[in-house]
Structure formats: structure tokens, C-alpha cells
Design a protein around this ligand. Structure first.
Ligand code: PHE
Length: 342
């Protein structure tokens, strides 16, 4: 490229400049140490002394012209509000970091639970959070007139009733996924259903909207020892090797036998407090899948057996060692001063 071309290209570039940063880049590419003019000076090094003299002079004149034009443009840009004055820009001054957040603690707990169950072959499934009454109750061996329904303090949706499936509900537990999973027809089953649930309840240890995780394992020869082993495995991994659990006999309609699983309270160390009341905190239910539930899922209870458990995620998280949150509602108040601590 000859000098004339170079200059006209430079003028063109100059027209399109909108910031001091742009301008500096253009300056470097023409008049900088490794710029186009410097390269030209190098290229003429092998010419005769005479030619070097005339060409060198021209190149230097061009450089001067370019530098003048740059200074001019710089003045123009500095006058603009958006431009940053070069002399006031301290390149070594540390920048201001934008505030970054983190996943909500419930989301963190969900990921942790998923990772713990993965090596046992449980894979995450998702089912509707507004579901038919049938999957939340009837299919789980709880007929519409059964008093056990009261325990699920259910929110009903104001929507048309289906002849077969009944009303629509905000799922009061993740157990609605049990029969839905069975109806997929893939055996054996190792499902982990994590979902939002709703119940008419609210106090220091209950939320109207909360999360549960539900495990379901169905295969030939699944026994209660597998259930206990799985629960122990989870508790040791999630809470640490020193925490204790106890199984209390219970009467879920969809498992037989059934248990409530309790863990010793981390807040008071088992002495009893506002949160746990008696030293133990209920984590959730568990049991061997009732034959009627297997039948509702199209599975022969004479060939297959299974276990299930369903626990509240917020509760489980609050009982983690050293967390010491004494009111479950803190988790959802969305006060950054609280959330930033985790
Ligand atoms: N769905 C029950 C509840 O919400 C818990 C449970 C799940 C119990 C699976 C047994 C088996 O209380």
C-alpha cells in the first residue's frame, strides 16, 4: 500500500470513530510502534540512501499529519459527555465488581439431594404441580370419604370436575407421582420426584408452599431392609455421620407398613425447642408400597414389591448441621440480608 492510500484509509477510519477507545485503537494501528507507518519505515531500510531520505521524509510527514488529526479528534470526543477523558482514566484502578447472587438455598438443597441419590440409580422425574385428585388420593388407596384426607389440608382448584379423576388440586405431596410413574410401564423403577406442594398450613415449621422429594423403588424382591438402607445412606450423606434418625410406626394409606422418619433436632441438640418441641423433628414419611397402589399403577403385587418415601426439603435443609434457622418462613421471605448468608 502506498502512502496516499494509507492516508485516505486513515481518514475514512477516523470518520467512523465514536469513542476515545476506538480512537486509540486507530492511532495504534497507524502511528503506533507496530503500526502501518512503522512497518513502512522498516520496509525502506534496504533502499539506497537517497531513496531512504525522500521516502522517510514523506512517511514522517504522514505520521505528523495523522497525529495532528488524532489530537483534533480527541479534543472533539473528550467534549462529548459519554467519552472518558484519557488523562483521567486510571488503567490500574481495580474495577467495580457487579453484585452477583447465588442459587436460592432451596435450589441448592435440591441439587444436593439429586446428587446424593444419583449413585443409587434414582433419576429425577417431574409431574404436574396441579393434578387430579385421583393421583393425589384415590390411586394412593385413599377413597374420597376417608378421614385420612384431612391430614393433607388440600387446596382445591375452582375448575370443572372430571368424572374419573375428580377435582383438581394443588398437589399436597409428591406422592401423586407414584402411580403416574408406574403407569409409564417401565420396570424396575427408581424415581426421585422433586416438586412444589401446597397445604393450608403455616407456622414456624410449616409453609403453605413447600417442596418435597419423593423416592420410589419398585422391583422384584425389594424389602424393608432396602428402604432402611436407603434412608440411612441419605441421612449420613446429607446430615453427616453423627446424626440419628428414628422410625416411628405410622399409618399412611399408600404404604404398609408405614413409618414417620424423625431426626434429632440440630437447633437444640435434642433437648426440645420452639421448632421441634420434643427433641426430634419429623422429616417425612416412608413405607412399603401398598399392593392396591401397585395395582392402580398396573403392576402385579404378587411379583413386584417396592418402597417409597416423601420428605420436605425445607425441613430437611433446616436440620442440616449448624444451619440453625428457627423459623421455616425465613426461607421464603426473600430478605437478602438473610439469603446472602448461605
Ligand atoms: N406423602 C406423604 C406425606 O406427604 C409422605 C410419604 C411418601 C409417606 C411416601 C410414605 C411414602 O406426608
Amino acid at each position: 500500500m502506498d502512502l496516499k492510500e494509507l492516508l485516505s484509509q486513515f481518514k475514512n477510519d477516523l470518520k467512523n470513530i465514536s469513542s476515545l477507545e476506538n480512537l486509540e485503537a486507530v492511532r495504534l494501528s497507524y502511528a503506533g510502534k507496530k503500526g502501518a507507518l512503522a512497518k513502512m519505515l522498516k520496509d525502506i531500510a534496504n533502499l539506497s540512501a537517497e531513496e531512504k531520505k525522500t521516502l522517510g521524509k514523506k512517511i514522517n510527514e504522514a505520521k505528523q499529519e495523522i497525529q495532528e488529526k488524532i489530537a483534533e479528534a480527541q479534543g472533539g470526543l473528550a467534549g462529548k459527555k459519554s467519552a472518558l477523558p484519557m488523562d483521567k482514566f486510571l488503567k490500574t484502578l481495580p474495577g467495580k465488581k457487579p453484585v452477583t447472587g447465588h442459587l436460592h438455598i432451596i435450589s441448592q438443597a435440591i441439587s444436593e439431594i439429586v446428587e446424593i441419590f444419583k449413585p443409587l440409580g434414582f433419576t429425577r422425574a417431574r409431574y404436574p404441580e396441579i393434578d387430579w385428585e385421583y393421583f393425589a388420593f384415590e390411586a394412593l388407596n385413599i377413597p374420597s370419604t376417608h378421614p385420612a384426607r384431612d391430614e393433607w389440608e388440600t387446596f382445591f382448584i375452582d375448575a370443572p370436575v372430571d368424572k374419573k379423576f375428580g377435582r383438581q388440586v394443588i398437589t399436597p405431596h409428591t406422592s401423586n407421582g407414584q402411580v403416574r410413574e408406574m403407569l409409564k410401564g417401565n420396570l424396575p423403577i427408581r424415581m426421585l420426584n422433586i416438586s412444589r406442594c401446597g397445604r393450608r398450613q403455616e407456622d414456624a415449621s410449616h409453609l403453605q408452599t413447600f417442596f418435597q422429594f419423593e423416592g420410589l423403588a419398585i422391583d422384584k424382591g425389594v424389602s424393608i431392609t432396602h428402604l432402611k438402607g436407603t434412608l440411612e445412606y441419605f441421612v449420613k450423606n446429607f446430615f453427616g455421620p453423627k446424626r440419628k434418625i428414628r422410625l416411628r410406626p405410622y399409618d399412611f394409606r399408600f404404604t404398609e407398613p408405614s413409618f414417620e422418619v424423625d431426626i434429632n433436632c440440630d437447633l437444640c441438640g435434642g433437648a426440645g425447642c420452639k421448632f421441634c418441641k420434643g427433641g426430634w423433628v419429623e422429616l417425612g414419611g416412608a413405607g412399603m408400597v401398598h399392593p392396591n397402589v401397585l395395582k392402580a399403577g398396573g403392576i402385579d403385587p404378587n411379583v413386584y414389591t417396592g418402597f417409597a418415601f416423601g420428605w420436605g426439603i425445607e425441613r430437611v435443609y433446616m436440620m442440616k448441621g449448624g444451619i440453625k434457622i428457627d423459623d421455616i418462613r425465613h426461607l421464603v421471605n426473600n430478605d437478602l440480608r438473610f439469603l446472602e448468608q448461605f
